[in-house]
Design a protein around this ligand. Structure first.
Ligand code: FES
Length: 636
């Protein structure tokens, strides 16, 4: 652990830390463009210069390239270093278009920040600027090459970190170009990270182009709902419209990145046909009126058919809070059936995954990135959990062997480009005992979960992928409340009516069943069949918790208010002609609050906090923490 002095502050850092990181660790920011914590050093931009006053190295040095050593005395404020950095910024800006007013990166631009911070405000060069022709890179990413400062972050991420082959750098003399061989959609399923990683505005999110400045956005820490990995995100909204999603760092989970599905698949939140209006028998109603109608019909139904005939249906795409409250509703009503899963297979597999006893050995994405052997069983990672494929690639880049058992379906060819694999016929073919940090990843097609613990070595960590963001939480709740899959209850013919909460149920499954009420924020068959529809808020419109595939509870915070996006409103609704307290389309409530309101109508006290009993520990879960594994809290 080298000890060094930076700007008169003594510090001790782990071996292998560079001077730039050592300075960051004590709150000193040295300007940098090409260095990135996930990509490491490149020494391309030369803006991180510091003066080494004393110790094993002397003189002006690039702090990102220099490992911290004992006895170093570093000055970031030395006149020579400051002047050097200033001149570097000036030459980086020579060809820059200075188009901040029309650049989407403005306000969140590292180049803008360090240019201003470095004191470069007057342009002295009056020659012609070097210009480039931009490319069409598909529907998601805008290309503006004139803004490039040649830090190489994009090419390093795309090719080295993410294994992409259709994008890179070409250069001749002073003209260096980052792009594809020809116009066309970027092929990598991680291409959206170019937007986050570019320190200026060469790559910006086309889906949010010219819609807002950084300071205009409503934003909050959140969790991606598109698979079971629970990658950390920051959704950004304006005027009740979710405009874009960026990656949020969590070293244990997604590190610095997210996949394109998580970044670009969120238009459903803004969809005009999204349920935003309560309905009773297909007719518009207020929320209170609709809830009253549901309680009244429920009373009649129970009197006519008995409590055994009622099913309460939660969902693994709903928050933990919503599902807990669905369980409470079932208890209060004495309903015959509670379901968190509709399909038998889905339920069985989730319960089996959660019941494995090696809870302490579940593999996070970080465990996968650090593994020296990875076995992938019955899984197309790019389809089921793209960021897990990226984690496997990092392990492979560091020398891990990757074995695949994919006999029950072909592995996506794109996955094969990310890492080389060794095909195996059975898990016993994998030399797990020879590895120091082996990880086994089981996809949803893998049928051997029941015997997997006996088949792996003591040091092996397991990642059992699931389908939905809250499968794990729902499996725990199924145990707690004795829930069964709806399909099984339907087969017994005991269910005559249901109330569903964010559940995806097909029209066929609902044949001959009364859907007394349906609560959801996405359109679907179940809403079409429901007598009473109650609109729920989407995950970005409420606080809640998802429990990911490894049993890590993570909180997402409310980003935006529910309501119709202002863009697209008819002149009757916008601009408003009269003062009004309500928001157009602003009725949706979090599902757990709808359950609470229903319980109140049945004589219960309103629940201000759904997390109680064994879940009480999660009340103070910090959305900006790494999350909390339930096993570590003794919650399994
Ligand atoms: Fe050190 Fe670019 S950050 S050379």
């Amino acid at each position: 652990m080298p000890k060094l002095i930076i700007d008169n502050i003594e510090t001790e850092v782990p071996d292998g830390t560079n001077v730039l990181e050592a300075a960051r660790s004590i709150g000193i920011t040295i300007p940098h463009f090409c260095w990135h914590p996930a990509l490491g050093k490149a020494g391309a931009c030369r803006v991180c210069a510091v003066k080494m006053i004393d110790g094993p190295v002397k003189g002006l040095q690039m702090s990102c390239m220099l490992p911290a050593q004992d006895g170093m005395v570093v000055s970031t404020t030395d006149e020579e270093a400051v002047a050097f950095r200033k001149s570097v910024i000036e030459w980086l800006m020579i060809n820059h278009p200075h188009d901040c007013p029309v650049c989407d990166e403005g306000g969140e631009c590292q180049l803008q920040d360090f240019t201003i911070a470095g004191g470069h405000g007057i342009r002295r060069y009056d020659g012609r600027k070097r210009t480039h022709v931009n490319q069409h890179l598909g529907d998601f990413i805008e290309h503006e090459m004139n803004r490039c400062i040649q830090c190489y972050r994009c090419a390093r991420f795309y090719q080295e970190y993410a294994g992409g082959t259709d994008f890179g750098v070409t250069g001749s003399a002073g003209s260096v170009y980052f792009g594809r061989q020809q116009d066309g959609q970027l092929e990598s399923p991680f291409s959206g990270n170019l937007v986050d990683i570019c320190p200026t505005g060469v790559f910006t999110d086309k889906t949010a182009r010219f819609r807002a400045r950084y300071w205009d956005y409503d934003m909050a820490p959140s969790i991606c709902p598109h698979c079971s990995l629970g990658c950390n995100t920051v959704p950004m909204a304006r005027y009740r419209e979710l405009l874009k999603v960026t990656a949020r760092r969590n070293d244990n989970v997604n590190d610095w990145f997210i996949c394109d599905r998580g970044r670009f698949s969120n238009a459903c939140v803004n969809a005009p046909d999204r349920p935003r209006q309560a309905l009773v028998d297909g007719k518009a109603a207020g929320m209170d009126e609709a809830m009253d109608a549901l309680v009244e019909r429920l009373g009649e139904f129970l009197e006519l058919h008995g409590h055994e005939s009622l099913a309460i249906v939660g969902s693994p795409r709903m928050s933990l809070e919503g599902n807990i409250m669905a369980g409470r509703l079932k208890d209060l009503l004495g309903a015959g059936t509670l379901s968190f899963f509709s399909e038998e297979d889905h339920s069985e597999r989730s319960l089996e995954a959660v019941s494995l006893r090696n809870a302490g050995k579940r593999a996070s994405q970080e465990d996968v990135r650090c593994a020296d052997l990875v076995a992938i069983l019955g899984c197309d990672l790019l389809d089921e959990a793209p960021m897990m494929a990226l984690a496997v690639r990092q392990a492979w880049r560091n020398g891990a062997r990757v074995y695949t058992l994919g006999s029950e379906g072909s592995i996506d060819s794109a996955q094969l480009k990310l890492f080389e694999t060794i095909p195996i016929a059975a898990l016993t073919d994998v030399p797990l005992v020879e590895a120091r940090r082996p990880v086994v990843i089981c996809g949803s097609r893998y049928k051997g979960l029941g015997v997997i613990e006996a088949a792996i070595s003591d040091s092996t960590r397991l990642a059992i992928l699931m389908d939905e963001p809250n499968d794990y939480g729902c499996a725990l709740l199924s145990d707690e409340y004795g829930a069964i899959p709806l399909f099984r209850a339907m087969a017994d013919k005991r269910v005559k009516g249901i109330i569903s909460f964010e559940a995806d149920l097909s029209e066929e499954l609902l044949q001959g069943i009364r859907v007394l009420g349906a609560v959801d924020w996405r359109p679907g068959d179940v809403l079409n069949c429901a007598e009473v529809v109650l609109p729920a808020s989407a995950w970005v419109e409420q606080d809640g918790i998802f429990v990911n595939y490894e049993g890590r509870a993570q909180r997402f915070k409310q980003v935006m208010q529910p309501g119709l996006p202002i863009k697209g409103l008819t002149p009757e609704l916008h601009p408003p002609r009269a003062h009004r307290r309500d928001t157009p389309g602003g009725d949706p409530l979090p599902s757990w609050r709808i359950v609470s309101a229903l319980l109140e109508r049945m004589g219960e006290n309103p629940a201000e906090e759904p997390l109680s009993g064994r879940w009480e520990h999660l009340r103070n879960l910090d959305a900006e923490s790494a999350g909390q594994t339930l096993a570590s809290m003794g919650q399994e």
